[in-house]
Design a protein around this ligand. Structure first.
Ligand code: HEM
Length: 345
């Protein structure tokens, strides 16, 4: 499979800074699907223009090279089914509305478009989001948006690898598929266009982090299922640990672990901070299964049903949405999920 068919942020590691822009169109604008698609097709041109604008005001080397900005665009599953392709497929699962467990819930907050931005520079991330918002407005589209500015926290401080840490100070990304080939394997399936994938985004606010930090090191490690500094997986884990809840296997082959590609980043200030969780996946079903297991509603393995993820004892999930991330070929042609829109563009 050609690597270049995945959008720019899908296979790469998080950079120092990230921006997560969620767009919510009003009802009238949602129906202007051709205008929205045309705007999405223009994103790569907008990236080039934004880079040019930045370079006009700066010495070129301040930006650390020309190709620093990476941007992908995704469609909310409900918006995609109801407006863009106007059909419902069994693989296009809506974000569940019953993710409620003993330690909290994972609410569905919709969202029509999602812009995922990475750069070594925080101002480049801002410029890109701002250019996109201005561009949509210039096309007469009406919307509100949420803009989360995020960053890699304590990257490489403890260990010589490419991973950052969550504010809990546990390494995030240890078990991620490593390298492009492995990631492509995890994200590919023969039921959707090559280079496309799905994504989950959730905003988690670590409201009870002081409580977590007051626990013994052993208790903290049991919440995650890994050691804190070295991020070594424990052979014996609490069934309420994060790893025990999100580790799932294929229904046809119990030996095959189902993975996703996570690229979460930290966000916030001293008053309110947490993790902007993002995972790319070949299908939404495995993500669905992980989320249900976290809130103690395992639909497949009934005997596990009552265990909840103790991450929820220190963090509240406040937003959630599933996304379709088209391949670059789909975006360029306007042909999203085999629905050929080009004639209408
Ligand atoms: C507050 C939110 C979350 C925090 C702080 C968090 C943190 C972590 C940490 C520290 C690890 C262990 C190191 C690693 O392999 O990366 C991990 C692993 C993992 N997390 Fe999360 N996570 C959160 C939410 C989620 C959610 C919502 C999902 C599910 C969709 C998820 C899926 C996974 C998976 C699949 C692994 C790898 C498990 C393995 O095979 O070892 N996480 N997470």
């Amino acid at each position: 499979m050609a690597k270049h068919q995945f959008q720019p942020t899908v296979l790469t590691a998080p950079k120092a800074h990230g921006a997560f822009l969620f767009v919510y169109f009003d009802e009238q604008s949602k129906r202007r699907t051709n205008e929205i698609l045309r705007s999405c097709c223009s994103v790569s041109k907008l990236v080039t223009q934004t880079m040019k604008d930045i370079r006009c005001c700066q010495l070129e080397d301040v930006m650390g090279g020309e190709s620093d900005l990476e941007v992908s665009i995704a469609f909310g599953i409900d918006f995609l089914c109801n407006y863009i392709i106007q059909q419902h497929r069994t693989d296009l699962i809506s974000y569940p509305s019953d993710l409620i467990g003993e330690h909290g819930s994972m609410p569905k907050t919709n969202g029509d478009l999602f812009l995922h931005v990475k750069s070594e520079k925080v101002d480049a991330c801002f410029d890109m989001c701002n250019s996109f918002v201005k561009f949509l407005r210039s096309r007469g589209l009406n919307f509100t948006c949420d803009h989360v500015s995020a960053f890699s926290y304590r990257k490489n401080l403890y260990r010589r690898n490419n991973f950052a840490r969550d504010f809990s100070n546990f390494e995030d990304g240890t078990a991620n598929p490593n390298g492009e080939e492995l990631k492509i394997n995890v994200l590919s399936s023969n039921t959707k266009p090559a280079g496309s994938c799905f994504a989950l985004t959730q905003k988690w606010i670590h409201r009870r982090l002081p409580w977590f930090e007051a626990q013994t090191l052993e208790d903290q490690e049991q919440v995650i299922g890994r050691s804190k500094i070295e991020s070594k997986e424990f052979e014996i884990k609490s069934p309420n640990s994060h790893l025990a809840r999100v580790t799932i296997t294929s229904q046809t082959d119990p030996e095959e672990e189902l993975n996703v590609v996570r690229q979460s980043q930290s966000f916030g200030d001293v008053n309110e901070h947490g993790l902007l969780f993002i995972a790319f996946s070949s299908d939404l079903e495995r993500i669905d299964r992980m989320l249900y297991r976290m809130v103690g509603k395992d639909k497949i393995n009934g005997k596990d049903a009552h265990y909840t993820d103790h991450i929820m004892k220190f963090s509240d999930c406040v937003t959630g949405q599933y996304w379709y991330v088209p391949s670059t070929a789909e975006l360029e042609s306007g042909k999203i999920l085999d629905n050929y829109m080009k004639s209408k563009l």
